[in-house]
Design a protein around this ligand. Structure first.
Ligand code: SF4
Length: 278
């Protein structure tokens, strides 16, 4: 039986950035390069010139107009508040010695990767079709959560890539189970180069677009229910009137990077990007 529509799992809703509880870590720890997404260059560990003393963005309401589209796409999956309030016990990087700030900025990208895995695992563990591996998924969730709660020293030396591989094997199984009802109808396009592809109105239900390059592709009116979109590049992909309910492993950053309209149906776990209505 194919999956029915899923509600937003409570713990998946918690895997969203909460800037009120964060010390602006993404605006300091991460680098960016002058491009279509960022108006200026900024090295890792240096505060963005637009970051205010209260850790809020000074141009939040005008990010796209001022050339910082990349900031509107980003989400930390809740890693910012975890690192700020738990890993470092609420101790602001501005108040400690330089070594304290440096450790915080090193740990943040590690926890961000772990939290992204928590997002996928939480979703997979809620998929009715993935019931045969629910126990494995729950164990992987618990292990990943435990890893996020390690000390800064442990997190800095963690082999996230190895853990990601373990999790990935489970997510592939979950995806196969969730898409089993569609098997044989059409071939998967995993990692496919679909940049600028014309897929208007396409029936893509149940296929794998895992890691596919869909930059600026026309997916208007496409049916993407039960489509595996993990890691797919959706920058400027046109999703107007597309149906993404029950799309597998779609994230908020992917949705934020795409174009959509009032007719785009998005999963309950995600928020319709504000710029779609602008
Ligand atoms: S422009 Fe604003 S959101 Fe983007 S990095 Fe700078 S302070 Fe952060």
């Amino acid at each position: 039986m194919l999956n029915s529509m899923r509600d937003t799992p409570a713990d998946q809703a918690e895997l969203r950035g909460d800037c009120e509880q964060c010390f602006g870590l993404c605006c300091v720890a991460l680098p960016f390069a002058r491009s279509a997404d960022f108006a200026v260059d900024k090295p890792a560990g240096k505060p963005c010139a637009n970051l205010r003393e209260d850790h809020r963005c000074g141009i939040h309401a005008r990010l796209r107009q001022q050339g910082f589209t990349g900031c509107t796409v980003y989400d930390c999956f809740g890693a910012g508040q975890k690192v700020s309030q738990i890993t470092f016990g609420g101790r602001d990087w501005r108040t400690g010695p330089p070594e304290h700030a440096r450790r915080m900025f090193e740990v943040f990208p590690v926890v961000r990767q772990l939290h992204e895995l928590l997002w996928y695992l939480t979703e997979a563990a809620q998929l009715p079709a993935a019931r045969p591996i629910h126990q494995d998924l729950r164990e992987a969730l618990e292990k990943t959560e435990r890893l996020t709660l390690q000390t800064p020293a442990e997190l800095r030396t963690l082999d996230v890539g190895a853990h990601r591989q373990e999790v990935n094997a489970l997510l592939l199984k979950a995806s196969d189970l969730a898409r089993a009802g569609f098997r044989g109808r059409r071939k998967d396009r995993r990692g496919a180069d679909l940049v600028g592809a014309r897929l208007k109105g396409a029936d893509l239900r149940g296929i794998s677009l895992r890691g596919a390059y869909l930059i600026a592709a026309d997916l208007t009116g496409a049916d993407l229910r039960n489509t595996d979109l993990i890691g797919a590049d959706l920058r400027d992909t046109d999703l107007a009137d597309a149906d993404l309910t029950d799309a597998l492993f779609l994230t908020q950053p992917q949705l934020n990077a795409a174009k959509g309209n009032a007719g785009t149906k998005v999963p309950n776990s995600l928020t319709r990007p504000v710029h779609w209505d602008a």
